[in-house]
Design a protein around this ligand. Structure first.
Ligand SMILES: C[S@@+](CC[C@H](N)C(=O)[O-])C[C@H]1O[C@@H](n2cnc3c(N)ncnc32)[C@H](O)[C@@H]1O
Length: 277
């Protein structure tokens, strides 16, 4: 819990943090209500950095326009996972991809509809959870996610299995998440965020609760090895693991991401993977 999310916490009656298990259904409900409650603040705080039709992979500011992790997207059917207000999907459509985007949160999708209207780049939006995809087999040529869904689902292998189902063989699946090593530190952009307080190997979820113990926010931790195993178990090959360095002159904090921490250790992991042919 932190002051950065005070209004969401107040709206949801969040009163504490516990370390305990949280299954798939509880994680889905908690994160849907949390992102609904935080959607306005999230976009007020980060909207200008994200843009309305830009593809920013992470707080370090890596842009798809520069790195082209997805390769040539023109004419490709691309799925954006956990799209939020869907700036990445709009960038993809602007680059001639045939795109679809989904998110579990109606609050986030409301911002996506507003930005569809504001930009005139109208991307199809679906409300769904990443572990229960409402798409046909082999219906996409690529999938991507900028911090969407993956850290919030209880069973990440189920997400990758679903993506393997809806992607065609050989398709790229590229996603960014909090770098797993950040788990060991408090979520603090300042000096407090430099001291280890828990084990990297402790996978017990971080759960915020209300006064009846109901989860109001859930985050799941996987080690780098857990990600690699979940990917390879579901048919993906890991082609690269990108750990963006904090750029010189980049002074903007994003929650726990800051120049102070960024120059010492990675904040983001971008997995570049591909479904086997
Ligand atoms: C950090 S935001 C990132 C949003 C967007 N990609 C961006 O860059 O602004 C995480 C997003 O994941 C979504 N999310 C959380 N759990 C999800 C799930 N199980 N399925 C789909 N989306 C989920 C949230 O609603 C939220 O929009």
């Amino acid at each position: 819990m932190s002051n950065q999310h005070a209004s969401a916490e107040q709206a949801l009656g969040t009163t504490g943090i516990v370390k305990r298990g949280a299954d798939a259904a509880e994680s889905r409900v908690a994160n849907r209500i949390w992102w609904d409650a935080d959607a306005d603040d999230y976009h007020e705080t980060h909207g200008d950095f994200l843009g309305a039709a830009d593809f920013v992979w992470c707080p370090e500011g890596v842009r798809e326009d520069d790195v082209r992790f997805l390769g040539e997207v023109a004419g490709q059917r691309v799925l954006e996972v956990g799209c939020g207000s869907a700036p990445c999907a709009r960038w993809l459509k602007d680059n001639k991809a045939d795109v679809a985007a989904f998110d579990i949160s109606e609050g986030m999708l409301r911002h996506a509809r507003v930005n569809n209207a504001a930009t005139g780049i109208d991307v199809p939006l679906v409300q769904a959870s990443a572990d229960q995809l409402p798409f046909r087999n082999d219906s996409f040529d690529a999938a991507c996610s900028a911090f969407g869904a993956v850290p919030f689902v209880a069973d990440v292998q189920e997400v990758f299995r679903e993506l393997a189902r809806v992607l065609r063989p050989g398709a790229p699946w590229v996603f960014s998440v909090n770098h797993p090593m950040r788990w060991i530190f408090p979520d603090d952009p300042g000096p407090l965020g430099l001291t280890v307080t828990q084990s990297y190997f402790d996978r017990t979820p971080y759960v915020e609760v209300d006064d009846e113990g109901r989860a109001t926010y859930v985050e799941h931790h996987r080690t780098l090895g857990d990600y690699v195993r979940a990917l390879t178990n579901t048919g993906f090959v890991v082609e690269d693991l990108v750990e963006p360095e904090w750029p010189k002159g980049h002074t903007r904090n994003w929650g726990q991401w800051s120049p102070l921490r960024g120059k010492l250790f990675p904040g983001t992991a971008i997995f570049r993977t591909r479904l086997t042919s």
